[in-house]
Design a protein around this ligand. Structure first.
Ligand code: HEM
Length: 443
């Protein structure tokens, strides 16, 4: 009999899921980091003025020691701070002038801090979303109008909103995560009607995540995201601009390669996939992109996925062996919910990546990893006539794009995810491997 699965053993909150219940630290205390925090707060302005790199290079050269940081909250803030400084250093002057070496001043503390927080020294979902939110009204809740990003590359509301919609999707997953705990309890005690109820909660939670995705259109203009925000989130894996990767000066001589920040690093959707036994394999002998993404999740969260995998019997085996039609139907309904989530997500990608790549004259056939997702513009389902969600304002878009930091779209990122995937091949396979798990009804 496997050990009882408890969210609290994996730093998962019963009320906020993978989002820490206490809001992250907004600024590091003390003298050591004060100038670093000042530069971080000024990133949007300094990038526009082409002064970002000079300001970082002028920061005092002081030896970083682990005693500088006291609490876990401080380590996490240091990780966010160094991620924003380093990613903006790499991308501050656009595609033509990316650097292939990160100066020692950033590279050494970033690698030390990353190791401590069990994450990679690159933009990650944790650094821009999970550890990067604050409440406008500290007494208010984790709601759309009370959440804002702490650090920001562009200073635009679009960027903050982009991160905060991810936060809201995480929060919509919470009832489903709580139900995972109870699924295994119900299986152990053979209470099939309780099991059906818990599976229904998971299904509902995934539909609510799918609904929350639609909020992206409300305040994040696709062109601001595409031209200005996403380059800062890019990594060095699968992107032609970094043929040799990135050297972390003072850490090691060999360049390293990392995937960039992507919501593929969330642990919530993979928790449901893992519960259902869905594996997104690419080949028998090499780890798939989704398996690699586990290395970009905080360690305790990735351990939760392993703990689900280790539960005996698995949910799928239990249901298959039971041949209980109610359980089979409910299991298949969760698969449908995940497919709907993935279809809604593909629409976002069409609007925010594919249509934008085409608008800027890039050709899918010329991009690394050719892509041909059919373009699906937002329709009434994802548009303005439900929940007050608005479609992007194209006039405002053009204006914002002209006055933004980099100002030119990055060709090397056309038709690609910030995680570095070639879109069609990757996301289509993910959807198909979900569909393929349907259990046939008996008789
Ligand atoms: C404009 C908004 C978004 C865009 C353009 C976008 C883009 C992408 C892309 C390109 C990938 C492929 C991996 C990569 O190379 O990065 C991906 C994967 C993924 N994204 Fe998003 N994404 C968006 C919003 C979201 C949100 C709000 C969530 C919710 C947490 C989310 C969850 C996922 C998941 C779970 C994957 C892994 C694939 C899967 O399980 O289906 N994305 N996204």
């Amino acid at each position: 009999m496997s050990q009882e699965l408890k969210l609290c053993d994996f730093d998962i909150s019963k009320t906020t899921g993978f989002v820490a219940t206490a809001p992250p630290l907004v600024k590091l205390p003390g003298e050591y980091f004060s100038q670093w925090e000042d530069v971080c707060a000024a990133i949007p302005h300094l990038v526009k003025q082409r002064q970002l790199r000079a300001n970082i290079e002028a920061l005092p050269d002081r030896k970083f020691s682990e005693e500088t940081l006291q609490s876990e909250e401080e380590w996490r803030r240091a990780y966010v701070l160094l991620t924003f400084l380093s990613q903006s250093y790499i991308w501050a002057e656009g595609e033509a002038r990316v650097v292939d070496t990160l100066p020692k001043k950033l590279a050494v503390p970033w690698c030390t801090v990353s190791e401590h927080v069990t994450l990679k020294p690159v933009a990650t979902y944790a650094s821009v979303v999970l550890y990067n939110y604050r409440l406008c009204d500290p007494n208010g809740g984790l709601t759309a109008d009370n959440l804002v990003a702490i650090s920001n590359f562009t200073g635009t509301e679009d960027e903050s909103w982009f991160y905060m919609v991810h936060m809201l999707v995480e929060l919509a997953a919470v009832p489903g995560l709580n139900a995972i705990e109870r699924v295994f309890q119900a299986m152990k005690s053979g209470q099939n009607s309780v099991l059906v109820d818990q599976l229904q909660i998971i299904e509902k939670s995934i539909y609510s995540m799918r609904e929350t995705l639609k909020g992206m259109y409300k305040k994040c203009k696709p062109s601001v995201f595409y031209v200005n925000v996403r380059p800062f989130l890019a990594g060095t894996q699968g992107i032609s601009l970094f043929p040799n990767g990135l050297v972390y000066e003072g850490v090691d001589c060999e360049p390293r390669r990392y995937c960039g920040g992507s919501a593929a690093q969330t642990t919530s959707i993979p928790s449901f996939d893992t519960l259902l036994g869905i594996k997104h394999l690419e080949s028998e002998d090499s780890p798939s992109f989704m398996e690699k993404m586990r290395e970009y999740q905080p360690k305790q969260h990735r351990n939760f996925l392993v703990a689900i995998e280790n539960q005996q019997p698995s949910l799928r085996d239990y249901i298959t062996e039971s041949q209980n039609p109610e359980l089979i139907k409910q299991y298949n309904r969760i698969l449908d919910a995940l497919i709907e989530f993935r279809k809604g997500h593909m629409k976002l990608i069409s609007v925010f990546v594919i249509m934008q790549s085409e608008k800027h004259g890039f050709k899918a056939s010329e991009a690394n990893g050719k892509d041909s997702i059919p373009v699906q513009p937002p329709n009434s389902e994802d548009g303005s006539d439900t929940n007050g969600i608005g479609t992007p304002d194209m006039k405002a878009e053009a204006k914002d794009e002209d006055t933004t930091p980099i100002g030119k779209p990055v060709k090397a990122l056309a038709f690609k995810g910030t995680g570095g995937t070639a879109l069609e091949t990757f996301l289509d396979k993910i959807k198909n491997s979900t569909e393929a798990m349907k259990i046939p009804l008996p008789g």
